[in-house]
Design a protein. Structure first.
Length: 293
């Protein structure tokens, strides 16, 4: 997905938010904004928002001296999500379709995003979301594809949210599917890393690997060769969150994007309203289903 002009003011907002978390010094915060203002004119519009974000957050780290300003926020939301883990499991057990409810909970967990949407109410989002249906859902196609594969390559997004991903990974395990869960290669915003996966117990239900990416989403040209090989061989790839959609939506692969649409640009790309729950299959998978039908 290419960047839109609407992404540019969003990058300035994100940079200021990150700078304020990293330091209370307004002079340094201003220096961050000045640097970003010089970067933006040189960023090509055919680049993805992930590519832009990678450069912008690198600049924030260089200027503030903080390589992981969100580290305390990540731990807080990992703890908050773990605290409600039993309640989330209860929702699944009470539902007629355990997998569908786990998929929905995973999408709802995507609200924990301090890049695109730093203002959110986690508890309200969960309770309200469970009462709603997916706005755009390729769930029947997902279940059809699951029946054909032995495992799932699950590309994660944020800390805290990773607990919701664990719940879905557990349901996939119960269906006999091996899950390989993917985290970022370095701290970026509140995205999940190997430390977060270990902290929430993801390594108990999935093989955890890193893509090697140091940006707020997955773009293959910045990934480790080992990950790219796994990606190319995967029979089903579940990619969480807006950043992974931004970076992978043009790839020809058996991709399902699972997310909450939190910004107008992503909502427009997906043809939904802001706030929608989305399970979106890559176009090639849909064509295959149409051909078989």
């Amino acid at each position: 997905m290419k960047a839109y002009l609407d992404c540019f003011p969003c990058f300035m907002r994100q940079a200021l938010h990150a700078a304020r978390i990293a330091t209370p010094d307004e002079r340094i915060q201003r220096e961050v904004l000045d640097r970003i203002a010089t970067l933006l004119p040189g960023l090509p519009l055919d680049a993805t928002p992930v590519d832009m974000g990678r450069q912008i957050y690198k600049a924030v780290g260089e200027i503030t001296g903080s390589s992981d300003p969100y580290i305390e926020i990540k731990r807080e939301y990992n703890d908050r999500a773990l605290a409600i883990y039993p309640r989330l499991q209860g929702h699944i057990q009470a539902s007629p379709d355990h997998l569908l409810t786990a998929v929905k909970l995973a999408a709802l967990g995507n609200i924990i995003d301090f890049g695109a949407n730093p203002e959110f109410d986690l508890d309200k989002s969960i309770e309200d979301g469970l009462a709603r249906e997916f706005t755009a859902s390729d769930y029947p196609l997902l279940t059809e594809r699951l029946a054909e594969v032995e495992g799932v390559l699950y590309i994660g997004d944020n800390a805290g949210e990773i607990v919701f991903d664990r719940i879905l990974a557990e349901q996939l395990n119960r269906l006999g599917k091996k899950v390989v869960f993917v985290v970022r290669g370095a701290p970026i915003i509140n995205d999940a890393t190997m430390d977060d996966a270990s902290y929430v117990g993801m390594d108990q239900v999935a093989e955890v690997i890193t893509s090697g990416v140091d940006g707020p989403g997955t773009t293959l040209r910045f990934c480790r060769p080992e990950f790219i090989e796994i990606f190319r061989k995967a029979g089903l790839i579940l990619a969480k969150g807006q950043g992974n959609f931004e970076g992978l939506s043009d790839e020809h692969a058996p991709l399902f994007f699972l997310l909450t649409a939190k910004c107008p640009v992503i909502a427009q790309e997906l043809g939904v309203e802001v706030g929608a729950l989305v399970l979106h299959a890559q176009a090639g998978l849909k064509r295959r289903q149409d051909d078989q039908g």
